[in-house]
Design a protein around this ligand. Structure first.
Ligand code: ADP
Length: 234
């Protein structure tokens, strides 16, 4: 019922706020410690604390989004923004993560392609961040490429964002399942790669809400390509 959904949303929003506050305290203190005199092993431990807190905060965000989706209370912003800039920010942010795994991150947004759109930059950023993050996570060597194509004629699904990797790939009989909540291509890999299995379900719902979709093609041990289409007013 709508009342129960509202109560659940309220509960999750309050809980996540209550969890976020002490977690931010932990992050802040970790940052303070980083500036102090630490030996290499203590520094490594501190790094693990920070990474664990960040991953917990991501999980909380995913659960909150997922709860909004199931109760139909997720809404989109509509504001003028620069798509090249939003994607460029994700590229800059993820570059060092890719480099630390010796993977090349490539960004392709053609000169002169349209870039001022009306839409929800925060949610677009979230979708691309998730897909580029996955691509890097599931790739051991080679590259990850983020490409944007804009149809100058406009119309339905005028923007296509593709995220291509040279990673482990997804078996054909698991391609549909990866978009389902709490599903992973190989449910035995949770421990190896982590993750909640919510990212793609959320990303796809967001893309559909933005007049598009997310589809995937993949070959095991060769790589995957996720294509996000969006319908965006200029
Ligand atoms: P999570 O990454 O948190 O497990 P997602 O919904 O983002 O959840 O992804 C679901 C599953 O889809 C992943 O666990 C993985 O098995 C598979 N997957 C997603 N992206 C890729 C990729 N680029 N290459 C290989 N497998 C992928």
């Amino acid at each position: 019922s709508r009342l129960a959904d509202k109560a659940k949303d309220q509960f999750l929003a309050t809980m996540s706020h209550e969890i976020r506050t002490p977690m931010n305290g932990v992050l802040g203190m970790a940052e303070t410690l980083r500036d102090s005199d630490l030996n290499p092993q203590q520094r490594e431990h501190l790094h693990i604390i920070t990474r664990s807190v960040e991953s917990l905060l991501n999980i909380i965000n995913d659960i909150l989004d997922y709860s909004k989706i199931t109760s139909n209370s997720l809404t989109l912003e509509s504001t003028h923004f620069d798509l090249r800039q939003v994607l460029g920010d994700v590229y800059q942010l993820m570059k060092s993560t890719a480099e630390s795994k010796n993977i090349k991150l490539i960004f392709d947004y053609p000169e002169g392609a349209h870039s001022d759109f009306l839409g929800d930059p925060t949610r677009i950023r979230q979708v691309i961040f998730n897909l580029v993050g996955n691509a890097i996570k599931f790739t051991e060597k080679g590259h990850v490429k983020l490409t944007c194509r804009v149809n100058p004629a406009g119309g339905q699904e005028n923007v296509t964002l593709s995220i291509e990797d040279t990673g482990i790939g997804i078996p054909e009989d698991r391609l549909a399942a990866v978009f389902h909540q709490f599903e992973q291509a190989d449910n035995s890999t949770t421990r190896q790669f982590g993750g909640t299995g919510l990212g793609l379900a959320i990303s796809r719902t967001l893309a559909v809400m933005m007049g598009g979709d997310v589809v995937v093609e993949s070959v095991v041990n060769r790589g995957s390509i996720f294509k996000v289409t969006l319908t965006m007013e200029e």
